[in-house]
Unconditional design. Structure first.
Length: 125
């Protein structure tokens, strides 16, 4: 049996906004005081839209069954792969395909939107 790891991240899987509610990402991001925060904003069909407020490094991980889309709203997001690094500025995004080992890093406070399936485990498979 594998042991469960505890990570120093705040990850909230509850869906914050219901259909027909205005999503106010900026208000949530501005109120966030955590260094690594992830809140599910809403669900669209089988996908979830999540807000990330990042500063520092996440751990290396992969998602065996799910692709993951990162879109930078403000700040700068680096996503390390085993052979290269994506350097994303505001209004840039990238899809990390399922099974690809990656590590997000934010050298400064960064606000990100992520689109993932509802089955994904944010800390990896």
């Amino acid at each position: 049996m594998s042991e469960t790891k505890n990570f120093p991240y705040i990850t909230l899987m509850d869906i914050y906004y219901k259909p027909l509610e205005v999503v106010r990402e900026k208000a949530l991001a501005d109120a966030c005081t955590h260094k690594w925060f992830n809140q599910t904003l809403c669900q669209v069909n089988d996908a979830l839209v999540r807000l990330g407020v990042f500063e520092g490094e996440y751990h290396w991980h992969k998602h065996d069954g799910d692709d993951e889309f990162f879109y930078v709203v403000e700040g700068r997001l680096l996503i390390d792969l085993e052979d290269r690094t994506f350097d994303l500025a505001p209004r840039e995004g990238v899809v990390i395909p399922k099974g690809v080992m990656h590590r997000p890093r934010a050298p400064q406070r960064t606000v990100v939107l992520m689109v993932e399936t509802s089955a994904i485990v944010p800390t990896g498979s």
